[in-house]
Structure formats: C-alpha cells, structure tokens
Design a protein around this ligand. Structure first.
Ligand code: NAD
Ligand code: GLY
Length: 363
C-alpha cells in the first residue's frame, strides 16, 4: 500500500493506493465523520464495483447510492439538478458524505454537488479510470460543463480522502487507459524529466499492466500533483502548468462534441502542438519533440488534430480558455523535457504552422 498527503493545512487529505477496494475502505474511518454515505456512480462502473464497495462500507455506515448516466455530456446542469433533487427528496442533511465511484465525469460532478449542496458537504473520491487516478480525483477541481464551454461552472473544493484501487484499471477499456496515459505523460514532459525517462524505459511494463509499475506511475503522478496543488491550490501560478496540452485539447473536445474525442486523446494532440510551438521558439529540439510524440504514439494516442478541423474551428474555443488574461490566449509550452512555462507570445503564424495550416498572406 502506498500513502501520500495533499498538504493544504486544515483541508489536507490522504491518498491511499492499493490493489483491493475493500482493504482501502478500512483507511477511510478517520476521515468520515458522517454516518450517512451516498455513493455516486454510473451503471457501467456500478455493475462491476458497487456491490463490493457497498458491502465494505455498510458495516459501519448507512449507505445508499445514486446512478447518473454515463458520458461527458452528463456532466451537466441536468445531472447536477437531478442529484440535488435526489438528496433533498431523501432528506439528506449536512451530515452526509458523497462518495464518487467512477472516472473524472462522476468525480467532477459529485465534487461540485458536494461543494454546493446545503453550502457544502463532505465527499470522498474513489477514482476508477487511469485519468481520474492520476489527475482529476486529486486537487479539488470540481465542475460541470456549459453548452458554451467545458468545465465552465465549478468550484475548488477538496475531498476528505482519495482511495485508488489499481486493480480497477483491469476492467477499463483500452482506449480509456490510453487516454489516461496522456495525462501521465503530461506530468513527465511539463514537470519531471526523470519521470519522463522512467515512462520511456518502462512503457512495455505499463502496457502489460504490471501492477507494481502501475502503482509507481500512479503514485508519482499523485506526488507531482499534490506538490503543485500544495503550492498553488487556486491556479494563480504553477498549477497552470498542469494544463499543458489543454488549450488546444479543449478546443478539439468542444469542436468535435464532448465524448467523440476523449479528453486524454485531445490533450495528447494538444501536447504535440504545444511542443512544436516550443520547438519554433528554440526551447525543444526536433529530437525532443519526436521523443514526446513517440511515447504518445506508443500508447496509441493521436499526435495530430482531427482532419475535419480548420484553423478557424480552433480559435473561438481557445479564446474562451480559463487561463486567458486580458483577452490574450495563454499556452503552456515546454522549456525542455521536464519543465514548462506559460506564455502569451505565440503568433498566429506559429499557431497555423503547428496546427498544420498554411499561413495567410498577412501572417
Ligand atoms: P469518464 O469518467 O467518462 O470514464 C471513462 C469511461 O470509463 C466511462 O464510460 C466510465 O463509465 C468507464 N469506466 C470508469 N471506470 C471504469 C472501470 N474501472 N472499468 C470499466 N469502465 C470504467 O472519463 P475520465 O477520463 O475518467 O474523466 C474525464 C473527465 O475528467 C472530463 O470531464 C475531464 O474534464 C475531467 N477532468 C477533470 C480534472 C480535474 O482536475 N477535476 C482533470 C482532468 C480531467
Ligand atoms: N487537471 C489540471 C488541474 O487539476 O489543475
């Protein structure tokens, strides 16, 4: 079992990583002050994991559950409203803890309901996708989507604990596992060169689902994220670096329709675009960009955007990015493998070039 801590003073919480959800729940006791638990999940995840989790928790708690629909399009106002209605109809008070069992969609929505219901109730994350284990369950970003933009309504609201069962990755569809690898590789490129090297050397063990290698990978990602969040919980500075690849990626996701390109797939192509911007600015060599692309490709991730997207399709979405300041688009670009910076110094000509479009006469 691995354990680490997100150090945020009175809002600190532990992350437990193991290979058995039942055993993991035993660690929860000190962090659950409420008797009433509501597990939030979807039918896909619940079919595999709900009974076990309920059985483990029911020994000491009153446990019920709420199932939302499966898919990014359900990280919505409608689901938010429906879950709040479920809690009100069930007379759940502030002495209730929500338990998010699922991927980032379930986790983000549950977290935002927890942040809002009766001005805030406790919640716990039990992430079951690679992406949610290495990224979304840690750090307290909660959100729902608006038709005009992804994650546009939400709150910074930290869970009381995170339980990560590595074995839950065994049932994850291959495409979802690959999408999670995009966020894993993100940490290496943006923040930790040694970790990038580790991923290159151990890529076959990761692809073969070697348990210890996966524990090492998930633990290192959580350590990096916990350290970043400790320094900058509300993304006033260094946390923005975790958005490497996301400015382009969010544009792809939004334009293609949520769910058609998975978040991690869009971020993968976005990281290659941002790396090429870095190359144009002399910050990465051609070989380094090729190393980044090769590692993404090894996990069958896209390194170019959708063929159907034009330059004009990217721009409106990138202009709505939450990192933007004073109307200027800000990008995270590597300054080497293992370090990165935020910049607004990316010309239209550079953008066109990295996205694969010919420059116009005025560029
Ligand atoms: P997801 O939650 O949609 O899960 C992917 C699919 O896998 C779903 O169909 C789900 O039902 C299924 N699934 C989940 N666990 C499974 C398992 N163990 N076995 C079989 N099937 C399983 O997608 P995701 O990639 O986990 O999360 C994406 C979301 O996370 C996006 O909405 C993104 O915006 C958000 N996100 C949030 C943060 C944050 O900091 N809060 C960070 C990154 C991404
Ligand atoms: N996924 C980026 C962050 O949590 O800041």
């Amino acid at each position: 079992m691995a354990q680490l801590k997100v150090d945020l003073g009175s809002r600190s919480y532990p992350i437990f990583i193991d290979t058995d959800t039942r055993q993991l729940t035993a660690h929860l006791t000190p962090y659950l002050k409420n008797r009433n638990l509501v597990i939030v999940s979807n039918a896909c995840v619940a079919d595999i994991y709900l009974d076990d989790l309920k059985a483990a928790l029911s020994k000491n708690y009153q446990v019920s559950h709420y199932l939302m629909q499966d898919g990014e399009q359900y990280k919505s106002f409608e689901t938010f409203h429906d879950l709040i209605g479920f809690l009100l109809e069930g007379n759940y008070g502030r002495d209730t803890t929500l338990v998010a069992l699922g991927g980032g969609v379930v986790g983000d929505l549950t977290g935002f309901v927890a942040a809002s219901y009766q001005r805030g109730i406790d919640f716990v994350q039990i992430p079951t996708t690679l992406l949610s284990q290495v990224d979304s369950s840690v750090g307290g970003k909660t959100a729902i989507n608006h038709p005009l933009g992804k994650n546009m309504v939400g709150a910074f609201y930290q869970p009381k604990a995170v339980l990560i069962d590595i074995k839950s990755l065994n049932t994850l569809p291959a495409r979802e596992f690959a999408a999670g690898m995009a966020e894993v590789i993100k940490y290496g490129v943006a923040l930790d060169r040694a970790f990038f090297d580790y991923l290159e050397v151990n890529k076959a063990a990761i692809a073969a689902f070697d348990t210890q290698t996966l524990i090492n990978v998930v633990k290192r990602c959580c350590e990096i994220k916990a350290d970043v969040v400790r320094q900058d919980e509300k993304e006033a500075g260094v946390r923005a670096l975790l958005n490497f690849g996301h400015t382009f990626g969010h544009a792809i996701e939004a334009h293609m329709g949520y769910g058609n390109w998975l978040h991690g797939e869009a971020v993968s192509a976005g990281m290659v675009f941002a790396s090429k911007v870095a190359q144009l600015n002399g910050l990465l060599t051609v070989e380094q960009v090729e190393r980044i692309s090769a590692l993404l490709e090894y996990f069958k991730l896209p390194i170019v955007g959708p063929a159907t997207m034009s330059y004009q399709d990217y721009m409106p979405h990138m202009r709505k990015d939450k990192k933007n300041l004073a109307g200027e688009i800000r990008f995270v670009i590597p300054t080497g493998i293992g370090s990165s910076k935020v910049t607004n110094q990316v010309s239209e000509a550079q953008l066109k070039q990295v996205l694969g479009f010919a420059p116009s006469a005025q560029d």
